[in-house]
Design a protein around this ligand. Structure first.
Ligand code: MTE
Ligand code: HPA
Ligand code: MOS
Length: 799
């Protein structure tokens, strides 16, 4: 038992499995420990292969953009930031900056040869602030110098002459003033007003949920290199090279074919590099064009906080009707999304919040109104879950309040409202939930985590202990997989087999640490029947696979994995046809496995077949293309089938709170999560653990504070706290649901990147349970997110 467990032993001694399994990583039955690598002739998929870059990363030999050798003459840029949240920009004085040693120039809106507005979908965001500034930290221009430090120092000396204007700093003020970046959207089913009036019980409430800084370890960076005859090569730490290409070309006034964007890997993206990596690339390219030199722009961490958008903070107002059994009979929910100063991805983020405000529950008579509020803050953007977490927390908070109001076990209330019970299968956006495993999954977790027993034990503990209170909660997740913008659900890949039989793979997805490249290498190895070690991946590049979607919406493997599988299959078909000609058999009788090619009459090595095929002029490389079937929906009413399938999971979290200080600690977490047939269990479990802990951070310790002038006060690790290793619960057990994806998806797998994030709602609900036991249900419902010590004390009534 370690020190943390000694301080706060989880109920019934050392957590559900006892102290012995604290921190143990449970792999799916029949899988191999992540430490023992499988034999090279075993199938590559289904085993816990190391991440393709793990060794290089640990040894410091995996290159990020700032590690690349710099071309001769490379200059460095730093941003000039607006010091005020809203104002008229009357002039810029850069004299003292330009006088500093090493400074080569200043780049402003007037230096943009193409469109001065970024090529975003909504087209509402100037590349550099022009007549007005719209948030503190908005980029007005760049200083370019011989070194990054010289550029940063000089940027601070640039004086912007700004006449301050009134700023809208919070979401409720924005809503009252009808300040929106996009029009409101309402989704409605049944007669919620009538149903509310007819309900046996009614409750109403409001809730505030904070944003979240992405805190990728590698900050935003781009390196723009002018090439001959008006061509450009951009290294960008981006989840969406194709969009960076488009934005850079648009700003430079060029066609897309003049710009190539490359990304070997990111040091984390988490949604923060889905669109907003594009800004760095555009800025670096504009500086490079003006100065005629390669330019690198690596954001200082504080600047990164000040400039880039975060998870959307949300505010909610709700009214719920329910019966004696805790079943919801009516719901009216208003969601206010704080979008910041421009639209960015706020439309689809707020849509996904609507699509997930049912989470796992059937809502018969419901109205959800979503407002996309414009404030004078950073433009908030994609962040793991993409609005899903903001939808899920609302309904989970409401169900928790309903249960505590009725004096029922919240798990019983949740079970009572699940999809699937009594033929309740269709979502409020008219999609039938066909692959529902919620009831068996949650029941199994309740059993293995010994939820009931521990809940009783906690009640006894709380009765006996006046200061430290505990709480336990199970919350599920049902997360829709597909980009809600249907056209994004397409992907391409390129597979080369060289004459020595080695395989080179490229696809449109990007690697941000999630293991996408490793999984796709596994898929391609199995399709060609070669050992995993024969496959190498190359950097994502717009010149290899064009028009690729962002690596986002958790769909990287689903989309690119299938495209790569199809590319490899084309090559295998070519080889099979060739062998069938040699051996006089049908092509279908030729098998590829373990580096061997077997026909009914002969077995040859893959390398030998490749050599022979090359000599006979057989094509040894191919592209592959995939688009997700079955999906469609109406963008105006948000009805249809936006998702190919759902990923499911549930978590049981136990917490302790100190009612004198408001401090909280997560003691034990048990997760049962559905990844279908896992392509790589170690990577999937890593995603589940990482997603959960990141969600825990959002709901407990990570708090963004803007001061009354709209300046972000928490802009460095000194004031913004992400979970540390010491915050990871001593008992964190992850089990995988054993069934394959019933939809036809690559290898029978399911997407895993985002869904586990929302399992952390169980931590927040467990904290509310602990508050309720200390101060009653009304106090619990006052807790906002994040549950910082201050906010816990406020809910308890002490602050
Ligand atoms: N895991 C790591 N290590 N780093 C990341 O930046 N991003 C998450 C998730 N897991 C992220 C991560 C987000 S927001 C998404 S959408 C998915 O990975 C994207 O990758 P995938 O589609 O290949 O799962
Ligand atoms: N998820 C993530 N990113 C996106 C989406 C989505 O649904 N739509 C557009 N970008
Ligand atoms: Mo993830 S928020 O879809 O990049």
């Amino acid at each position: 038992m370690n020190a943390r467990e000694k301080d706060f032993p989880a109920s019934a001694g050392g957590g559900p499995g006892g102290a012995a399994d604290a921190g143990e990583r449970n792999l799916a039955p029949g899988t191999i420990s992540p430490h023992a690598q499988p034999a090279s002739d075993a199938p590559a998929t289904g085993s816990s292969r190391f991440h393709e870059s793990a060794r290089a990363q640990v040894a410091g030999r995996a290159a990020y953009i700032d590690d690349l050798p710099e071309l001769k003459g490379t200059l460095h840029a730093a941003p000039i930031l607006s010091p005020v949240a809203h104002g008229r920009l009357r002039g810029i004085d850069a004299q003292s900056a330009l006088a500093l040693p090493g400074v080569r120039g200043v780049v402003l809106a007037g230096d943009i040869p193409g469109d001065p507005v970024l090529a975003t979908f909504v087209h509402d965001e100037p590349i550099f602030a022009r007549d007005t500034v719209q948030h503190a930290g908005q980029v007005i221009g760049l200083v370019v110098a011989d070194s990054a430090m010289q550029a940063r120092r000089a940027a601070r000396l640039v004086r912007a002459d700004i006449e301050a204007l009134p700023a809208v700093l919070d979401v409720r003020t924005a809503h009252a003033a009808q300040s929106y970046v996009l029009p409101p959207v309402t989704v409605r089913r049944g007669e919620p007003e009538q149903a509310l009036a007819d309900s046996k019980h009614r409750l109403e409430g409001r809730l505030e949920v904070g944003g979240q800084e992405h805190f990728y370890l590698e900050g935003q960076i781009a390196y723009a290199i002018p090439r001959e005859q008006g061509q450009w090569h951009i290294h960008s730490s981006t989840q969406h090279p194709g969009e960076v290409q488009h934005w850079v070309a648009h700003a430079l006034g060029l066609e897309n074919n003049a710009v190539t964007v490359e990304c070997r890997r990111m040091g984390g993206g988490f949604g923060g590099k889905e669109t907003q990596a594009g800004h760095m690339a555009v800025w670096a390219a504009l500086a490079a064009r003006k100065l005629g030199r390669p330019v690198k722009l690596r954001m200082d961490r504080d600047d990164d906080f000040m400039v880039t958008g975060k998870r959307h903070p949300f505010a909610y107002d709700w009214q719920v009707g329910f019966d004696d059994t805790g079943r919801i009979t009516a719901l009216k929910l208003t969601m206010l999304a704080n979008c910041g100063f421009s639209a960015d991805l706020s439309g689809p983020v707020a849509d996904r919040a609507i699509f997930h405000s049912d989470n796992a529950y059937f809502l018969s008579d419901v109205e959800i109104a979503s407002f996309r509020c414009k404030t004078n803050t950073q433009s908030h953007t994609a962040f793991r879950g993409f609005g899903g977490p903001q939808g899920v927390i609302a309904i989970e908070a409401i169900l928790g309040d309903v249960a505590r109001h009725l004096g029922m076990d919240p798990l019983a209330v949740r079970m009572r409202n699940l999809y699937g019970i009594e033929e309740r299968h269709t979502t409020h956006y008219q999609m039938r939930v066909e692959d529902n495993i919620l009831e068996p999954l949650i029941s199994r977790l309740a059993q293995t985590s010994r939820y009931g027993e521990r809940r009783a034990h906690i009640a006894r503990w709380n009765a006996a202990n006046p200061v430290i209170k505990r709480g336990i909660a199970i919350t599920p997740v049902k997360f829709g997989i597909s980009f809600t913008a249907t056209f994004f659900n397409q992907a391409g890949a390129l597979v080369h087999v060289f004459t020595d039989g080695s395989v080179q793979l490229n696809h449109g997805g990007t690697e941000m640490g999630q293991g996408l490249h490793t999984k796709i290498m596994q898929i391609v190895a199995d399709e060609l029947g070669v050992p995993f070690e024969r496959v190498r991946i190359t950097a994502t590049e717009t010149g290899k696979v064009p028009n690729a979607s962002a690596t986002a919406a958790s769909s990287g493997t689903d989309l690119n994995g299938r495209a790569a599988q199809f590319a490899a299959r084309n090559i295998r078909d070519n080889l099979a046809a060739f062998v069938s000609g040699l051996d006089g058999c049908g092509a279908g009788a030729v098998r590829f496995r373990g580096g061997q090619v077997m026909s009914p009459t002969a077995t040859r090595s893959f390398d030998e077949v490749v050599k022979l095929a090359y000599a006979n002029r057989i094509q040894l490389w191919s592209d592959g293309f995939y688009r997700t079937p079955k999906i469609h929906y109406d963008k105006v009413t948000l009805t249809g089938r936006p998702f190919y399938y759902f990923s499911y999971g549930a978590a049981c979290s136990e917490v302790a709170i100190d009612t004198l200080t408001g401090e909280t600690r997560v003691l034990a977490v048990d997760i049962l999560h559905d990844v279908g047939t896992s392509i790589n269990p170690a990577i999937d479990i890593g995603q589940i653990e990482g997603g959960f802990v990141q969600g825990m951070g959002w709901l407990t310790c990570e708090q963004l504070v803007w001061n009354d002038q709209g300046v972000l006060a928490t802009h460095a690790p000194s004031t913004y706290k992400i979970p540390a290793t010491g915050d990871v619960p001593a008992h964190l057990k992850v089990d995988l649901w054993p069934e394959r994806n019933p939809e036809d998806n690559v290898g029978g797998s399911k997407a895993v990147g985002e869904p586990p994030f929302m399992l952390a709602t169980s931590v927040w609900e467990a904290i509310r349970e602990a508050i309720a036991s200390a101060a009653g249900p009304e106090q619990a419902s006052r807790l906002v997110a994040p549950a910082t010590p201050e906010n816990v004390l406020r809910a308890l009534g002490g602050g």
